[in-house]
Write a protein that binds this ligand. Structure first.
Ligand code: SF4
Length: 417
């Protein structure tokens, strides 16, 4: 698990978000340390009240990016002026605060809740459908805590989903170390059947499927794409972490899939869904990654154009096989992660730019944002921010039709119709 350093600037809202980041990191087994030099990851939660504050944020981000830790920048300045960090040549990832815990995981699958029990957080219900996975990735420490896949029955998970919805959940997040292999221990992958049953529960809600490794999804790709096309409750969204565009590196990582299988999953979803979001993860700088391997990863991103992309610089986790491999130098890892993050910003930014002028019906308000805004999710789980939310009387849990009016790199702005 990762050691993290976190710094928070600005208002109570930022402090609340940092507390929530820390709660989720703690639940996933990560540890706080004091100072970036002790840490695998440095988190800077920024403020942007006045110009002097902005200068201070840029200076501090530059200092943190010089440490050995990976830098994640979040908070108001990161979201409102994210390009400033790239323009200042700062080597860090700009993220919404609730994306930070996922990014810290170093490509490992999450241990979302320690005991795999559902959690209701505002209008978001987190539903771990199984514990464990079918893999043995060479860089992963999560596996030591979670073990082999252990799948409760469909009925049991449907009852948990129903209880969350009755308790007020409007967005169900289906999680696990690898949701794509749900049921594998019983001889049948059945994620699609579970989703179909959950969508039949009475109520107005959305369902997001998280963390489905390409190998597990590949065997049910058509069924999964069909169930998404048939049920408007399901976000047209797939998080399939590929981790590398090189089969050699995937082999050294002991991932179960090859690039070709990932491509077939993406093609199937492209064929079945007009509008959907591909979310994937890449680990940059794995010990055996050559320049050519890195170029293959970049080429795979250009080819599949994921609308959501987590880039993690490799760092060793104690007790894993990858920790015994001779690592790449920090400079190489930094250069490669910087290049990939730039590519990510251009591809994800273009996806959001294409949304401007379009109408999104029944977007779900999922949470309050900063400065009288709310965050909404459209049918493909794209983020749309509505400003001056109190003027429109918008509250989390409501559905709203939006016209997309503008965009930033990782989200759009919308106005209620
Ligand atoms: S799929 Fe790989 S990274 Fe995920 S929990 Fe299993 S071994 Fe770890």
């Amino acid at each position: 698990m990762a050691r993290y350093h976190i710094e928070t600037y600005g208002c109570t809202s930022n402090r609340g978000e940092s507390r929530e980041i820390e709660r989720r990191l703690r639940d996933a087994g990560h540890h706080r340390v004091e100072g970036p030099d002790e840490a695998d990851v440095a988190i800077l939660n920024t403020c942007t009240v006045v110009e002097k504050t902005e200068r201070n944020m840029l200076r501090r981000a530059a200092e943190l990016s010089e440490s050995t830790a990976d830098l994640y920048v979040t908070g108001c300045m990161a979201l409102a002026q994210g390009e400033e960090f790239a323009n200042a040549d700062i080597d860090g990832e700009v993220l919404h605060w609730d994306e930070v815990p996922e990014a810290v995981t170093n490509g490992e699958c999450p241990t979302t809740t320690p005991d795999a029990q559902p959690v209701l957080d505002g209008v978001v219900g987190i539903l771990p459908i199984a514990r464990g996975c079918m893999s043995d990735c060479s860089y992963c420490i999560t596996k030591q805590a979670t073990g082999k896949i252990d799948s409760p029955s469909i009925e049991e998970n449907v009852e948990k989903a129903r209880a969350l919805i009755h308790a007020g959940a409007k967005e169900l997040r289906i999680t696990g170390q690898d949701t794509g292999v749900y049921g594998w221990d019983e001889g049948e992958r059945k994620l699609h059947r579970l989703l179909d049953r959950i969508c039949a529960i009475d109520g107005d809600f959305r369902v997001r499927v998280g963390m489905a490794n390409p190998k597990g999804v590949h065997g049910i790709r058509e069924e999964l794409a069909d169930v998404m096309a048939d049920n408007e409750e399901l976000y047209a969204f797939l998080h399939a972490p590929v981790q590398s565009g090189s089969n050699d590196v995937l082999g050294d990582m002991r991932r179960q899939h090859q690039v070709e299988e990932y491509l077939e999953v993406v093609e199937t979803f492209d064929d079945s869904l007009d509008y959907w979001t591909l979310s994937t993860d890449f680990i940059v700088g794995f010990p055996t990654e050559t320049d050519r391997d890195h170029e293959q990863s970049m080429a795979l991103i250009r080819e599949t154009r994921p609308e959501k992309l987590n880039v993690t610089r490799f760092s060793k986790r104690p007790g894993t096989d990858a920790a015994d491999m001779k690592g790449l130098g920090g400079t190489i890892k930094k250069e490669r992660s910087k290049a990939m993050s730039q590519l990510k910003r251009s591809i994800v930014g273009e996806a959001y730019a294409e949304m401007v002028g379009e109408v999104r019906e029944d977007a779900l308000v999922v949470e309050d944002g900063t400065a009288d805004s709310v965050k909404c999710r459209d049918g493909a789980y794209r983020q749309i921010i509505v400003q001056n939310a109190s003027e429109y009387g918008l509250e989390p849990g409501e559905f709203v039709d939006l016209e997309v009016t503008a965009h930033e790199t990782m989200y759009a702005f919308g106005e209620p119709l």
